[in-house]
Design a binder for this molecule. Structure first.
Ligand code: NI
Length: 173
């Protein structure tokens, strides 16, 4: 079990665009396992490889989050269709501590991807699953939930998070 260190805003690594996977090999399989360990450890419902500093198009998700697990892994995911109907959720992000933003996204979407065995697949996603996969695919493009806010609000959050980081390093003796 490997819980990887999470990359937190304002680290510029999160802005990198992730690269497609040519072939799902041992390294990728190990990474997928580590991503699941990291996501479950932090009680998230989704995690993209870039959030542990690796710019590869790999996403893990589990929107059940109960005793019963439903691990999902998407490699090279692409959204092929979106609904005009929208749904709204308060979204958080493991890379942006203590921040929740209400975001409206297409209620359903069709995602094409390859699975851990390198097989081409597609999935019709609805509700929370749809929001979650869109959030994670945004990560692969270097986009974060704070980008949905006005510049003023976004800057405030980044400033606050930068300060938190400084405080952690500060010692009082
Ligand atoms: Ni996120």
């Amino acid at each position: 079990m490997t819980v990887k260190k999470l990359i937190i805003v304002p680290d510029e690594i999160l802005r990198k665009k992730s690269q497609s996977i040519e072939k799902v090999g041992q390294d990728e399989k190990k990474l997928v396992n580590d991503l699941f360990d990291t996501m479950y450890h932090h009680k998230g419902i989704g995690l993209a490889a870039i959030q542990v500093g690796i710019p590869k198009k790999i996403i893990v998700m589990d929107v059940l989050q109960k005793e019963k697990k439903n691990p999902l892994c998407f490699i090279n995911p692409v959204i092929k269709k979106i609904s005009s109907q929208k749904s709204k959720y308060e979204e958080g992000c493991l890379s942006i501590p203590n921040t929740f933003i209400e975001i409206e996204r297409p209620k359903t979407c069709l995602v094409e991807y390859i699975d851990i065995y390198g097989k081409k697949k597609s999935m019709e996603c609805d509700g929370l699953l749809s929001t979650c996969i869109q959030h994670e695919i945004n990560h692969l493009d270097g986009k974060l939930i704070i980008d949905f806010l006005s510049k003023l609000k976004k800057d405030l959050i980044i400033k606050k998070l930068s300060k938190t980081k400084q405080n952690k390093d500060r010692i009082l003796v």
